[in-house]
Design a protein around this ligand. Structure first.
Ligand code: SAH
Length: 343
C-alpha cells in the first residue's frame, strides 16, 4: 500500500483516515494543527502517543513544496518565491511586509487562460488548476521559509481563482479555520477578472472576504481590447453581479484599474469611470502598469496617475494608488515564472 499525503486531506477526510487505521477521530484535530504549524515529521508531534506515530509513519507522510527560486528585493522587504510542485510545475507567490503584518500573494492556477493583453501570466495558456492544499502550501512555505506568520492573503497571483471555484472555497475555509491558519475572512482578498456567474455564486456562499474586480476600463470598447473575458461578460453584467455581491455581503468591492498610457488613462476615462461607479459601495485601486517585455503597453506618467486619482476622488469615489513593492525583482503577476520558462 502506498503512503498517503495527509497534507491533501480536509479535516473530515483526516478523521476518516484515522478511523481506517483504528484510531479515534479526535486525533485528526491534533494532527491537522501540527500540519498548519508547518510540521512534517510525526515524531515531533509531541501530543501523539508512540503507537500512533508508528502507524502514521507506516501509512502516511506530509509533503512540503520546495522553494525553487527566491528573490529578495533590495528596495523593500518583498520576497518573491517560485515553488516547485510535485508534478514539476512552477508557481509564483509573493511575501509583502507592511506595518500591519505579512501579506501573502497566492497563485490559484499554473498559468492562466484569460488572455488579458497586458498580463504576463497568460502566456503559454493555462496548465492546470491548483489544489486547495497547494494554495495552502504556498502560504505554509512562505511562513516556513521566512519564520513569520502570514496575517493577510490576497489571491492575486497567476490564474483566475473563480475558474477554480471549489478548490478556492476549500482553501478559503482552511485559511479561516482556527486550527489551521486562523486568518479572518476580512483579511482575505480574492481578485477576479469578472466571471459573472461565479460572482453571484460567491455572494451566496456566506464567506465575507473582500472581492477585488479587475476592471481596467470605463467602457466595453476599451475593455474588449484589454480583456477578452469582457466579450463574454460585458461591463453592465459585471456591475450587476458586483451590486448583488455588495447587497448580499454588505462588503465594499475593490475595483482594480491598471493605468496604461494612451489607452485608459485620459481625463475622459476618469470621468466615465466616476459615472459608472457612482452610488456603488466600492473602492478604486489604481495600479501603475507593470510593463511586460514584448508587450506594447506603457505605464501612465506619474502626473497623469495623479490627475486620474484626483478626478475620481473629487467625484466622491474612494481611490488609492497602489504602492509598488518589489519592482526590482519582477514581483508582478507571472513575470518571474515567465522569464524562468523562457530560459
Ligand atoms: N485573474 C485575476 C487575478 C490575477 S491578476 C484577475 O484578473 O483579477 C491580479 C491583478 O493584477 C489583476 O487586476 C490584473 O489585471 C493585474 N495585472 C496583471 N498584469 C498586470 C500588469 N502588467 N500591470 C499591472 N497590473 C497587472
Amino acid at each position: 500500500m502506498s503512503k498517503i499525503d495527509l497534507k491533501r486531506l480536509t479535516l473530515t477526510q483526516l478523521e476518516e483516515f484515522l478511523r481506517q487505521i483504528g484510531e479515534p477521530a479526535y486525533r485528526a484535530r491534533q494532527i491537522f494543527k501540527w500540519i498548519y504549524k508547518g510540521q512534517t515529521q510525526f515524531e515531533k508531534m509531541t501530543d501523539l502517543p508512540k503507537t500512533l506515530i508508528g502507524k502514521l509513519n507506516d501509512h502516511a507522510y506530509i509533503s512540503m513544496i520546495d522553494v525553487y527560486k527566491k528573490y529578495e528585493s533590495a528596495l523593500d522587504e518583498t520576497v518573491k518565491y517560485v515553488f516547485l510542485l510535485e508534478d514539476a510545475n512552477l508557481v509564483e507567490s509573493v511575501k509583502m511586509k507592511y506595518s500591519f503584518g505579512v501579506t501573502a500573494c497566492i497563485s490559484s492556477q499554473v498559468g492562466c487562460s484569460m488572455g488579458c493583453a497586458f498580463c504576463a501570466s497568460t502566456e503559454g495558456g493555462m496548465v492546470r488548476n491548483l489544489l486547495w492544499s497547494e494554495m495552502a502550501d504556498e502560504v505554509l512555505a512562505i511562513e516556513k521559509d521566512s519564520g513569520e506568520k502570514v496575517s493577510r492573503v490576497v489571491v492575486m497571483g497567476s490564474g483566475e481563482p473563480l475558474l477554480n471555484y471549489d478548490e478556492l472555497i476549500q482553501f478559503l475555509k482552511v485559511l479561516n479555520m482556527s486550527i489551521a491558519f486562523n486568518i479572518s475572512f476580512r483579511r482575505v482578498t480574492v481578485s477576479t477578472c469578472g466571471i459573472v456567474p461565479e460572482i453571484f455564486r460567491l455572494a451566496d456562499e456566506g464567506i465575507p472576504i473582500t472581492l477585488a474586480v479587475s476592471l481596467h476600463a470605463p467602457n466595453d470598447e476599451i475593455r474588449n481590447c484589454l480583456m477578452p473575458i469582457n466579450r463574454r461578460y460585458p461591463i453592465s453584467q459585471l456591475l450587476d453581479a458586483c451590486k448583488y455581491y455588495i447587497m448580499k455581503t454588505k462588503r465594499r468591492i475593490t475595483f482594480e484599474y491598471a493605468l496604461i498610457s494612451q489607452v485608459n488613462d485620459s481625463d475622459e476615462c476618469a470621468y466615465e469611470l466616476s459615472n459608472l461607479l457612482k452610488d456603488m459601495l466600492c473602492h478604486v485601486n489604481l495600479i501603475p502598469l507593470n510593463p511586460v517585455e514584448g508587450k506594447i503597453y506603457k505605464r501612465s506618467t506619474p502626473s497623469q496617475v495623479h490627475r486620474f486619482e484626483k478626478i475620481l476622488s473629487s467625484s466622491g469615489i474612494s481611490t488609492t494608488v497602489r504602492r509598488e513593492l518589489g519592482s526590482d525583482i519582477q514581483a508582478a503577476c507571472g513575470q518571474l515564472r515567465r522569464s524562468l520558462l523562457k530560459r
